[in-house]
Design a protein around this ligand. Structure first.
Ligand code: COA
Ligand code: AMP
Length: 629
């Protein structure tokens, strides 16, 4: 069927569409219906079905004859390791790990934090939780102790599973001290921590709290899959919002299995048995959906890649992995391709590998700039598909459904809405806008299966953040337009979230950290354009009266403070001392105007600006770091 037929069939009868998609999942008890809307605008899917995520991702493939197929290919140029784990091995390893967790008291509904780098054990830990019906919350390794502590206090885990270390080019990330610091800072204490000791660094264990990954599994009874209700949370994944407190996005089990499975063929165009690779990290939604659950539920082989697009060892790493492991569909962030392009503008590395196995390159996570798309199209000689989604949706909202029908690519647009998503452009008053008019991007409720039904322990915040501005719609936080052919264009965020190297970050969170510096009276953080990372945060600080220490000293303390409190992932390296911040008469900082000045874009002087002269001071400050020229 062509895309339009499928989309129209969903629109005509969403219930039938999602019940049919649910057939591809093995239920312990089939749901009697798809949508549960008694509590609208909080919607749930498949609530009265019973299902297990791990069974669908692992065991059923063993039972159906895929036992010997590789489930995971671990390729780590950073440790010079390559390893395959078959479905049967994965089942055995996960069942034993789940058995050991159960023996230590982890049960259905308990939360378990996972703080691990890109190693197969991270996926095994996620699946072991799913096997027990425990709710995992993976925390990205680039976050510092305090961010981990915030998550510990919010989701109150019974256990934390961590690795002794992560490996960044030229640097060992010492997870254990970060973990210990976080547990110390947090009010809630986990019952126990499981430490996977990597050979690159063996950490000291705390007696009475820490257990060794291998030791604690010794002699335990493997655990069977525990069926859970369709709406039971599979995981909580924290993401950045406007304030410093991250949002705990909830992912319901049944819906996410159904939706992810549907996308593997219809969208990413892989058949069971094919190798699928998403070069991201388990700490992000891409890692949850398309390194772990999606490919495994669909019976694909997934690649766990521990490395970078460049420097591990060179800009040919991606192409080597694709060629060596026979990757069919490859997904990464535009920033990764920009990094490759910068090192290898002529694409010489591409020519060294046989990429005939590859069907298409999929890009998401941030705006895909035309230069990057065109370069990849030309050098790879393959289709390049931009697609748009977010942590909250868990799977593509808008994209090119190549498995159904490859639609013409319009560069600059992630293409068209997927079934389940009625995407609308609304004006400030919530009225639908005409084609090509810029407005807020909203999705008509209900959102489809697999999307967030709420935030963990914060239904009010969920309603306020997403459902209040446009009653009857989900507010995506992005602005854009739809053209006369129904193609969507994403133009900007409508809030203070920025996107640095495909990582979603909150400028509000960084401002909170800067404001805690004893010499800082006031501050603002904005995201300015960056050729490699898309955006980069720049902090402006105004000093308290009487502070007359060298500015360079204060700004480097600010940089260190953000790195220590939020983590290296914030990529906060630019701080400037200014006399004053540009504001409206009512005191609102004009962040968007600062960004326009930095990026040399035309801007209209806001009518309500308090003192326009401040903009010249900001411009001069930006020029000292190479912006606003
Ligand atoms: N654990 C600890 N630290 C991490 C980390 C992790 N898992 N991932 C990144 N970091 C650190 C980096 O080492 C870097 O530290 P530094 O300031 O000491 O150099 C910092 O966080 C910023 O990381 P990032 O912004 O990702 O840049 P990078 O220097 O690692 O380079 C690029 C990455 C530029 C090559 C980029 O192209 C890239 O691949 N980014 C990741 C894209 C991605 O997967 N996005 C996920 C959404 S799909
Ligand atoms: P995250 O929740 O980390 O996946 O970030 C989601 C946000 O990243 C979206 O709301 C967008 O702002 C941005 N984003 C993701 N994909 C795209 C895309 N293809 N084009 C433009 N922006 C994107």
């Amino acid at each position: 069927m062509a895309y339009k037929d499928v989309y129209d069939s969903w629109k005509a009868d969403p219930e039938a569409f999602w019940m049919q998609a649910a057939e591809a999942i093995d239920w312990d008890r089939k749901p009697s219906k798809a949508l549960f809307d008694d509590n609208a605008p909080i919607y749930e899917w498949y609530s009265d079905g019973m299902v297990n995520g791990c069974y669908n991702a692992v065991d059923r493939h063993v039972e159906n004859g895929r036992g010997e197929q590789a489930a995971i290919i671990y390729d780590s140029p950073i440790t010079h390791t390559k390893r395959e784990i078959s479905y049967v091995e994965l089942r055995n390893r996960v069942a034993t790990l789940a058995g050991a967790l159960r023996a230590k008291g982890v049960e259905k509904g308990d939360r378990v934090i996972i703080y691990m780098p890109m190693i197969p054990e991270a996926i095994e830990a996620m699946l072991a939780c799913a096997r027990l019906g425990a709710v995992h919350s993976v925390v990205f390794g680039g976050f510092a102790s305090s961010e981990l502590a915030v998550r510990i206090d919010d989701c109150t885990p019974k256990a934390i599973i961590a690795a002794s270390c992560g490996l960044e080019p030229g640097r060992v990330v010492h997870y254990k001290p970060l973990l210990d610091g976080a547990v110390e800072q947090a009010t809630h204490k986990p019952d126990f921590c499981v430490i996977f000791q990597r050979e690159q660094e063996v950490a000291d264990l705390i007696e009475g709290r820490d257990v060794n990954w291998h030791g604690f599994q010794y002699g335990v009874e493997p655990a069977e899959c525990v069926p859970v209700e369709g709406n039971h949370p599979a995981y909580i994944l924290y993401t950045s919002g406007t304030t410093g407190a991250p949002k705990g996005v909830l992912r319901p089990t049944g819906g996410h299995l159904v939706a992810l499975n549907w996308t593997m063929k219809n969208f990413y165009n892989v058949d069971p048995g094919d190798v699928f690779w998403a070069a991201s990290d388990v700490g992000w939604v891409v890692g949850h959906s398309y390194i772990c659950y999606g490919p495994l539920v669909h019976g694909n082989t997934t690649v766990v890649f521990e490395g970078k697009p460049v420097g591990t060892p060179d800009a040919g790493t991606f192409w080597r992995v694709i060629s060596e492991h026979n990757v069919r569909s490859f997904f990464t962030a535009p920033t990764a391709i920009r990094a490759v392009k910068r090192e290898d503008p002529k694409g010489e590395f591409i020519g060294k590998y046989d990429l005939s196995c590859l069907r298409a390159l999929y890009l998401a996570g941030e705006r895909a700039d035309p230069d990057t798309i065109e370069w990849a199209q030309e050098k790879l000689d393959k289709p390049v598909y931009d697609h748009w989604w977010q942590t909250e949706s868990g799977w593509p909202m808008v994209g090119n459904p190549a498995g159904l029908e490859a639609l013409p690519v319009k560069i600059g647009s992630p293409t068209v809405p997927m079934p389940g998503y009625d995407v609308q452009i609304l004006d400030d008053g919530g009225r639908p806008m005409k084609p090509n008019e810029l407005g807020a991007i909203a999705i008509k409720l209900p959102l489809p299966p697999g999307t967030l039904p709420s935030l963990w322990n914060a239904e009010d915040r969920y309603r306020k953040s997403y459902l209040t501005t446009f009653p009857g719609y989900y507010e995506t936080g992005d602005a854009g337009m739809i053209d006369e052919d129904g193609y969507l264009y994403i133009m900007a965020r409508t809030d203070d979230v920025i996107n640095v190297a495909g990582h979603r970050l909150s400028t509000g969170a960084m401002e909170e950290v800067l404001a805690s510096h004893p010499d800082v009276a006031e501050c603002a953080v904005v995201g300015v354009s960056d050729q490699l990372k898309g955006q980069m945060p720049v902090g402006f600080v105004c000093l308290s009266k009487g502070v007359n220490r060298p500015h360079a000293e204060i700004t480097s303390e600010c940089v260190k403070l953000v790195r220590d409190r939020i983590g290296p992932v914030a990529a906060f390296k630019l701080a400037l001392v200014v006399e004053r911040l540009p504001k409206t008469r009512s005191g609102k900082i004009l962040r968007a105007t600062i960004v326009k000045i930095a990026d040399n874009q035309e801007f209209k002087l806001p009518a309500t600006i308090d003192d326009p002269a401040i903009l010249d001071e900001i411009k001069e400050a930006l020029q000292t770091i190479g912006y606003a020229n």
